[in-house]
Design a protein around this ligand. Structure first.
Ligand code: PMP
Length: 397
């Protein structure tokens, strides 16, 4: 066998671990590359907000750099952002530092998830997550030496306590719940989240609540005006939230984790040696984020969600998104085809969607992101309608 990874006489192939080698390159990245290569694509594949960072937040970042806030921060994060997050956690969830909780600011939500997994999951330990799920969870578990256990949530995509319970074993260390969810846009109810967190507490398993899309919970899923959260009045889990998606600054790499102090301390130890800290001037600027009015943006996402439901009414039954900016749409009900075949077929119309198998063991759906301009979304939906109606994609695989 020829070694494709030999460079300058160095056999790089031999150096790569089996764990790393076995990780598949993200299908989303592939869609991203396609987007770059197609001329004038209708790109509904990208999970990146289509708005700019608020002017005050930008100006605070520029000032922080000018004020020489450019060195390392303490691993846990700059005091002013920590204080702003604490006050948000207190008013939103009823958490206080006195409840035995702590928090750490991390490079993106990804940073928080990785620290949590590396701190708790060892060889052979099991992590339960929904199928379908966010793409980064399984590779992180794999690199940690753990084993992913998928909770089948089709067709409504609700990861409920009753679906999780039979999957718990003595090796289960963690359950990851993501609501509002990527790739489905599904928001669990407060009751469903409370039941799940009670189950995890009873079995001494860490519940990780990935709430990166918490701010984008649509009015129909809000309860008492708020996003249902497993962390409401419940500091026994690890809450993970971020700034990138909510405030349009995914490239700033800012997120945080809050939870039991002994766990956060272990995560902080890892962060000290892995990333040191999140970018200091951007942490300073993020304090301004809490004053940004998100209402117009949420209204825009709700309008786009409604465009999708209007366009697909009567054509396919799908879980109507109640949050985030994704919809996962089935293709197989009538066509007998795959999500991949559909995604390939619509490429001929310059439309990029992501096959559901990127997030799932099944290839029965495709994901669209509605973090895209209205005109592009409308154009894309017209193509989707036409292709779903004709069923012609069924032969395309
Ligand atoms: N969790 C979910 C569910 C996501 O969709 C994403 C980003 N697509 C992340 C975590 C990671 O976000 P960040 O950019 O903050 O690392």
């Amino acid at each position: 066998m020829t070694r494709s990874l030999e460079v300058g006489g160095l056999d790089v192939d031999r150096l790569i671990t089996d764990r790393t080698r076995s990780i598949d390159a993200s299908g989303i990245r592939r869609a991203f590359e396609l987007g770059a290569s197609l001329k004038d694509p209708i790109n509904l594949s990208i999970g990146q907000p289509d708005f700019f960072v608020d002017e005050r937040v930008k100006q605070r970042a520029i000032r922080a750099i000018a004020e020489n806030r450019n060195g390392y921060s303490v691993t846990q994060g700059v005091p002013e952002l920590r204080a702003a997050i604490w006050s948000n956690l207190e008013s939103d969830l009823g958490w206080t530092e006195a409840s035995g909780s702590d928090l750490i600011i991390t490079p993106g939500t990804t940073g928080a998830l990785a620290l949590a997994i590396f701190a708790t999951v060892g060889d052979g330990d099991e992590v339960i997550m929904a199928d379908p799920h966010f793409v980064a969870y399984p590779p992180m578990v794999k690199v940690a030496g753990g084993r992913t256990v998928f909770c089948d949530t089709y067709p409504d995509f609700r990861m409920t306590a009753s679906r999780v319970e039979s999957l718990l074993t003595p090796r289960t260390k963690m359950v990851i719940v993501n609501s509002p969810s990527n790739p489905c846009g599904v928001v669990l109810t407060q009751r469903e989240l409370d039941d799940l967190s009670q189950l995890c507490r009873d079995r001494n398993v860490l519940l990780v609540a990935d709430e990166i899309y918490e701010a984008f919970t649509f009015p129909d899923a809000r309860e008492d005006g708020r996003c249902p959260s497993a962390a409401r009045s419940n500091p026994s889990l690890l809450l993970v939230r971020g700034f990138g998606k909510t405030y349009g600054c995914t490239g700033w790499r800012l997120g945080y984790a809050a939870g039991p102090k002994p766990l956060i301390q272990q995560m902080a130890k890892l962060q000290q040696y892995l990333y040191v800290c999140a970018p200091t001037p951007l942490q300073v600027a993020a304090v301004e984020c809490f004053d940004v009015d998100l209402a117009p943006l949420i209204a825009q996402y709700v309008r786009r969600r409604d465009m999708i439901t209007d366009a697909l009414r009567g054509l396919v039954d799908f879980a109507v998104p109640q949050g985030a900016f994704y919809a996962l749409i089935p293709v197989t009900e009538k066509g007998g085809s795959t999500g991949s075949a559909f995604a390939n077929h619509v490429l001929d119309h310059r439309l990029i969607v992501v096959p559901g198998k990127v997030f799932s063991s099944r290839d029965t759906h495709f994901r669209i992101s509605f973090a895209a301009p209205d005109e592009k979304l409308a154009e894309g939906l017209e193509i989707i309608r036409r292709v779903l109606k004709s069923g012609s994609y069924a032969d395309a695989s």
